[in-house]
Write a protein that binds this ligand. Structure first.
Ligand SMILES: *[C@@H]1O[C@H](CO)[C@@H](O)[C@H](O)[C@H]1NC(C)=O
Ligand SMILES: *[C@@H]1O[C@H](CO)[C@@H](O)[C@H](O)[C@H]1NC(C)=O
Ligand SMILES: *[C@@H]1O[C@H](CO)[C@@H](O)[C@H](O)[C@H]1NC(C)=O
Length: 188
């Protein structure tokens, strides 16, 4: 009985200590065990290719200029919102892996250089519902453009890595393009 009373007294004191300091905002964060999130395991390196279809033309474009460029010489100042299909092969009718959702914006005045800010939202197999986030510089006329993967969700939580983008084809008449994204992702 004495033990129980002592135990309760300690609990009440602890509670009082927590509540007297807990509401001043100082203790909002704490260190937790990495094992709780499986972070004690080795990081995995995953590679895949996805073909990014920038469909500008036709009745159902998936890439829409919402802010036109400031001049015609570069795409500077322009912003295009995208919900582009990501497919397993370069042909549009191959398996859809997911969607590339975000925007790209003309960010270079003296060359063709885009800021790419997009999430690859996967819809296939075990990656259904998982995402990676790509944020980087895309000089679209270069043969290979490297951009960082800055994070992810689902199976790609804590992701980091990079992509290599290579233009598969570009139609200068209607502006449509297909770009191969070769993705290297470190995640747990
Ligand atoms: C860009 O080109 C289009 C068509 O060629 C023209 O209508 C438009 O005025 C030009 N815009 C600028 C900012 O020069
Ligand atoms: C897919 O598209 C390619 C070319 O775009 C065509 O050659 C092929 O026959 C198509 N396949 C199917 C199954 O529709
Ligand atoms: C992906 O997940 C969504 C939502 O849980 C589900 O509706 C859909 O059928 C799944 N797709 C595949 C291909 O498993």
């Amino acid at each position: 009985m004495a033990k129980l009373i002592f135990f309760l007294a300690v609990q009440i004191l602890l509670l009082a200590a927590v509540s007297s300091t807990g509401d001043n905002g100082e203790n909002f964060a704490r260190t937790i065990d990495r094992k709780l999130l499986g972070l004690h395991k080795r990081e995995k390196l995953t590679h895949f290719k996805a073909y990014w279809h920038d469909q500008v033309s036709g009745p159902n474009p998936t890439s829409i200029v919402i802010q036109p460029p400031l001049s015609n010489s570069s795409f500077f100042g322009a912003i295009a919102m995208i919900d582009n299909a990501l497919t397993a092969k370069a042909t549009m009718n191959s398996t859809v892996l997911g969607q590339a959702q975000g925007f790209y914006a003309g960010a270079a005045q003296k060359e063709l250089g885009f800021l790419m800010a997009m999430n690859f939202a996967f819809k296939t197999g075990k990656y259904n519902g998982s995402t990676i986030t790509i944020l980087g510089r895309n000089t679209a006329m270069s043969e290979v453009r490297e951009m960082p993967i800055v994070g992810g969700s689902g199976l790609f939580r804590f992701a980091r890595g990079y992509v290599e983008a290579r233009t598969e084809w570009f139609n200068p008449t209607n502006g449509d393009a297909c770009v191969e994204y070769s993705c290297y992702v470190l995640h747990y």
